[in-house]
Each structure stands twice: as C-alpha cells, then as structure tokens.
Design a protein around this ligand. Structure first.
Ligand code: JHZ
Length: 396
C-alpha cells in the first residue's frame, strides 16, 4: 500500500534558478505539488509527482559537484579504495557531473555518462569518454556493443533521480561483468527522518533510499548488497556495494545486517514513523518562521549561504522571501545573478565582502556546515551567527 505522509505544497523546480531579466514570479503551471509517500510493500519512499527528465537535467544544469572540498575529498578517498579493492579495467560512472570523482582515474579506464551536456562537455574536454545521454537500456546496449562488460559501475546522487528503477537496474545488469561491482551512494533515509531534513525532498529527489528499500529493489535483478559504508556527506549518506547473487567470491559483510537492523528498529518499515516525521516537519516550519521573524523584528540582516536545491523546498514550504533573507551567496558560477526558484531572493557570487555586515547567515548548505564554519571563522569571531533548521531550527 502506498500512503502519503508529507505535503510540502506547491513547489517550483529546484535548480531552475530564474534569470534576472525574466519575469520573476513563477506561473501556476511551473509549480508542482510536492507530496511524499511510503510504499509499505517495497519500503520505498518517493515523491508522488514525477517531472519529465528533460525539464530537470538538460544543457543548462547549474549544480557542480566540485564546488565543495568535502565532496572532492570524499571522491578522492573513494577512488583510492576502488583502485585498491577492485582495480577495475573499466570503470563507468552514471551521472559524472563535472568530473569530481573521475578526475582521480586514468582517462583510458573511465566511461562517463552525463545527460547534462554543459557538464558532459567539461569531462570530455579533460579527455574522458563521455556519453551525454540519460541512463537507460538503449545506452547500456550501445556501451556493451563497444566495450562488452564493465567491472565497476558507480553512481552518486543519481539513481534516486531516475523515475524508472526497473529500467535503471536492467541497464546495469546488462553491462556489469560476471564478478562486477555496482556502487551507489545517496542520502540516507534514516538520517533524513532522524534529522527532520525534509528539504531532501524536491523534484530531483524522486526517491530517498533506505538500505531496506535497496535490498528489496536489487533482489529482483539477481543482485544483492554485500557491504554498506556510512558517509558524512549530504547530511549522512549510505554507500551501497552490490554484486550478483551468484558471485560467491565476495562475502556479505556484517555492515549490511547492522544497517538493516538499525532501520527496522527505528521504524523505517512502518508508516507510523513517517506520519510522525510529517508532524515534526510542520513543527519545524513553524519554528523556523518564528525564529526568522523575531530576528527581523530586531532589524537584523539575514542572508543565505549555499543556494541549494534543498533551500528551494524550505523557502517555498515556509514562504520565506526577500523581506526575510536579503540574498544568498554561492560559489557556483551558473547560479550567480539569478533568483532562488519561486522567490525573489537574489543569488550573489560568493565573496567575503558580502558577509561582512551581516548579522545572521541561514545555512542553505547545512550539509557542509563544517566546511563553511572553517571558512567563515572571521564572521563567527566578529559575532556573526548561523541559522540552521537541521535537526531543529536554531541559532548556532
Ligand atoms: P549541495 C544538488 O543538491 C542537486 P543541493 C542534486 N539533486 C543532489 O542530489 C545533490 O546536489 C548532490 C554552494 N557552496 O551539494 C555550492 C558554497 O557556495 O548541498 C552549491 O551550490 N560555498 C544533484 O543543491 C551549494 O552550496 C561553500 O563553501 O542541495 C551546495 O549544494 C560550499 C561548501 C558550498 O546540493
């Protein structure tokens, strides 16, 4: 049974930052209803309205993975591990973005798949074979014809962005060698629910995975989880290591049953847990609005830091506009001088001077809190304060 547990209202597409010269208000047909549901049979959590991929991932996709040192370090560490543990002759990344991971591999060993052609151009320029296609069976067949099978297939923050999971896994099994490994990583549903980070839900995040859901999902394709790594990235992610069931060379590690047990004990297989999360989200919204309004009553200045896709959900769900947040700062070139989706809040290209005379900074990129705090020591020393909504709205 599929049950709705969260209604985040009408939302614009995240990552669709509005140009200054265009009409600022989004029209009704540019908004979609963001509901989040739980399927008690498969244990999959998903948003109810699926937006056509071309609308989300095209030749002007602004997000670049290499904008944060945290992600660059995480990918560097992973590349060393992959080489050490699996030493793949051919490594394929689905959703290679601007090459933050594959830049650690030799050009001859890597195949990139990236449907956003502005990003595909970047890895191609660096010499990596890049298909600017959506991941599907037609593409898998095309790659198979040329390269036969692949030893390691990897996808970070990508599989959860594709609606047709059957097609995703059929395409992967088509290409994966007999003893091949599939590694996927995505934000952890357990962490999302625990931390009330409801902003993990937006149009691109069609699914937020739990280990429970992934275990059920891959089974249908003759695959199984053999290891799970916990990561600090994106507010707590899980890295799933998956193999063919008939590959008996790799033993199933304890990490799998430990994570599944944790999720069951927390209640991730029960709708009541999600309903509670829905209620806590409403409370979180109330607290964040009241906290920010109180600050504004004292005539203080708030700006946003990190014009994230996640922030789109918060601003639109909480109806936070330019009267509350003066502007956002962000290092991503393609977000600069645009407006936050659905709100008239300008995004400025990050510079130190932009946070100088500011009293409060709302962490749009709360998932990079550590990295940002390290960078903004001076702001903190001078009495500046950060605001977060995770796990609860508060001033830090
Ligand atoms: P970040 C995107 O989500 C979209 P977002 C996507 N759907 C997804 O799954 C995740 O990424 C992985 C900026 N920044 O990573 C850079 C600074 O300005 O939380 C980014 O614009 N200064 C594919 O957008 C944003 O913050 C800094 O010091 O929610 C971070 O975006 C740092 C560290 C970041 O993802």
């Amino acid at each position: 049974m599929i049950s709705k547990f969260l209604d985040l209202g009408l939302q614009p597409l995240a990552n669709k930052y509005l140009n200054k010269h265009k009409k600022l208000s989004v029209t009704k047909d540019e908004l979609y209803q963001l509901n989040v549901c739980f399927d008690s049979k498969t244990k999959i959590v998903s948003i109810s309205k699926k937006i056509p991929v071309q609308k989300m991932f095209n030749n002007s996709y602004p997000y670049k993975s290499s904008m944060s040192i945290t992600m660059l370090n995480s990918f560097k560490k992973l590349s060393l591990n992959i080489k050490k543990k699996f030493n793949p002759k051919l490594f394929l990344e689905i959703g290679s973005n601007d090459g933050a991971l594959i830049q650690n591999f030799n050009v001859n060993n890597v195949i990139c798949v990236e449907p956003c052609s502005n990003l595909a151009r970047i890895t191609r320029k660096k010499g990596y074979l890049t298909y600017d296609n959506y991941w599907n069976q037609a593409l898998a067949k095309k790659i198979k014809k040329k390269f036969n099978t692949i030893d390691v297939i990897y996808a970070a923050n990508t599989i959860t962005h594709i609606a047709d999971l059957n097609d995703v896994f059929k395409s992967i099994t088509e290409l994966l060698s007999k003893n091949g490994i599939l590694i996927i990583e995505d934000p952890s549903l357990l962490e999302c629910i625990k931390q009330i980070s409801y902003d993990q839900f937006y149009n691109e995040h069609i699914y937020v995975f739990s280990a429970l859901a992934v275990r059920n999902l891959v089974k249908k394709f003759g695959l199984e989880l053999f290891d799970i790594e916990k990561l600090q990235t994106h507010g707590g992610s899980l890295r799933y290591y998956i193999k063919r069931v008939d590959n008996k060379k790799l033993k199933i590690k304890k990490s799998v049953s430990i994570q599944i047990k944790k999720e069951i004990n927390f209640g991730l297989s029960k709708i009541s847990t999600y309903k509670k999360f829905g209620e806590k989200t409403i409370e979180s919204r109330r607290k964040l609005i009241s906290l920010m309004k109180n600050i504004k009553l004292n005539n203080k200045k708030i700006i946003g830091y990190g014009a994230t896709a996640k922030a789109t959900t918060i601003l639109n769900y909480c109806n936070i506009d330019e009267k509350i947040i003066d502007y956002f700062v962000d290092t991503t070139p393609d977000k600069a001088n645009k407006y936050m989706p659905g709100k008239k809040i300008l995004i400025k290209k990050y510079s130190l001077s932009l946070i100088k005379r500011v009293d409060f900074i709302f962490l749009g990129a709360w998932n990079f809190k550590k990295e940002i705090f390290k960078k903004e020591k001076k702001f903190i020393r001078n009495g500046g304060k950060f605001i977060t909504h995770v796990p609860l709205p508060k001033i830090l």
